[in-house]
Design a protein around this ligand. Structure first.
Ligand code: KG4
Ligand code: ZN
Length: 343
């Protein structure tokens, strides 16, 4: 079965074709970074308009890369939420129209389920069950994953997501958009420990996170009379270290709690080098292992959506009535259920 995947939840247009026998056939991505950079963040209306411009082109290119025409597609999976409503509507409309015209199923996919399952697309995939650390711009969650759609929430951020904290702190430090990767780059040149920032909720005894205080602590440092901009790389390094330490400690506590040794890290912050080194070392010491998506699939992409859709369709999910455009800008992951064949 060949599944077309369409992702338009935020500032990346992604299209992919996944074959349940042959694997990933093709995937294309267009990032809107240049479009939003001048505004210091994503402008939703511009994002929607750019998805409209790019999606038809990417669709044609992806089909051509895979050597298929539209008739070769058996189903369409698209990001139905969570995300920006206008941006989601573009992908959902195109996907549903494509499916309706071809008489094939359309499947609304949860964006975070796409991220969470994306490490299974790698050459050496993890097996179920595992603990997933989802660290994106909008979410920081620890989940116990027993199978597709079988997710139990172990802990989450009570305020800012890890990626959001990176982005807001980068802005505070005068770095451009997208903040996370720029802050991480600056942190590589600095030394943690020269400035002391808190490790929020490190000893809270639960698996929840809080990152908004960290941003305030950075603000206090840069507004102090003694602040010298030469220390910026060291402050960035300390900020990154604080986030990484908390994420790592809670991920280890989650694994201990549910008695597992396999950790899956997904979402944009999973691209952070320091986080990877720290988690890899910690798990290796405990005889466990960390799995990540392939580097190209760490941030938003169509491949993870095609793949999540294919797994659900293969398990008997029938998809929606073609033509009914479904978006859910707010959609808790734990509302998902394992795929169930329609009776
Ligand atoms: O998963 P993603 O691409 O989009 C969402 O679904 O949110 O994650 C984007 C987030 C942004 O907050 C971005 O700043 C952060 O991931 N990010 C990073 C790094 N690369 C991306 N944060 C820290 N270090 C990085 N290397
Ligand atoms: Zn994402």
């Amino acid at each position: 079965m060949k599944v077309l995947g369409i992702e338009t939840s935020c500032d990346e247009t992604g299209v992919a074709l996944y074959d349940t026998d042959a694997g990933l056939l093709a995937h294309r991505l267009h990032s809107q970074i240049d479009l939003h950079a001048a505004y210091g963040g994503v402008v939703p209306e511009l994002a929607s308009r750019d998805h409209i411009r790019r999606l038809p082109v990417l669709l044609r290119q992806t089909l051509a890369d895979a050597g298929l025409d539209a008739d070769g597609v058996d189903a369409v999976a698209y990001t139905s939420g969570p995300g920006l409503a206008g941006a989601l509507l573009v992908g959902a409309s195109v996907a549903e129209a494509f499916a309706l015209a071809r008489g094939i199923p359309a499947l609304p996919v949860h964006h975070l389920e796409g991220h969470l399952l994306s490490p299974l697309l790698s050459a050496d995939p993890p097996g179920f069950p595992f603990v997933a650390l989802l660290v994106s711009g909008g979410h920081t969650q620890l989940m116990r994953v027993r199978g597709v759609g079988d997710y139990a929430l172990l802990g989450e951020s009570v305020d800012d997501a890890a990626g959001e904290a990176f982005d807001k702190t980068a802005k505070l430090l005068g770095l451009g958009y997208p903040g996370g990767p720029q802050l991480a780059k600056l942190a590589e040149q600095g030394v943690p420990g020269r400035f002391r920032l808190p490790r929020p909720m490190l000893h809270s005894g639960d698996l929840d996170f809080s990152f908004s205080g960290l941003k305030t602590a950075v603000l206090n440092q840069v507004s102090a009379p003694a602040w010298n901009a030469e220390g910026i790389a060291d402050l960035a390094a300390e900020f990154q270290q604080a986030v990484v330490e908390v994420l790592c400690a809670k991920a280890l506590a989650a694994l201990k709690k549910v008695g597992l040794k396999t950790l899956v890290v997904a979402g944009g912050v999973g691209a952070n080098r320091r986080l990877r080194e720290t988690l890899d070392a910690a798990l290796a010491k405990r005889g466990g292992r960390v799995h990540y998506p392939e580097p190209a699939l760490c941030t938003d992409n169509g491949a993870m959506i095609a793949f999540a859709g294919a797994l659900r369709l293969a398990a008997g999910d029938r998809g929606s009535r073609a033509g009914a455009v479904r978006i859910r800008p707010r959609w808790p992951l734990i509302e998902l259920r394992p795929p169930r064949p329609a009776d």
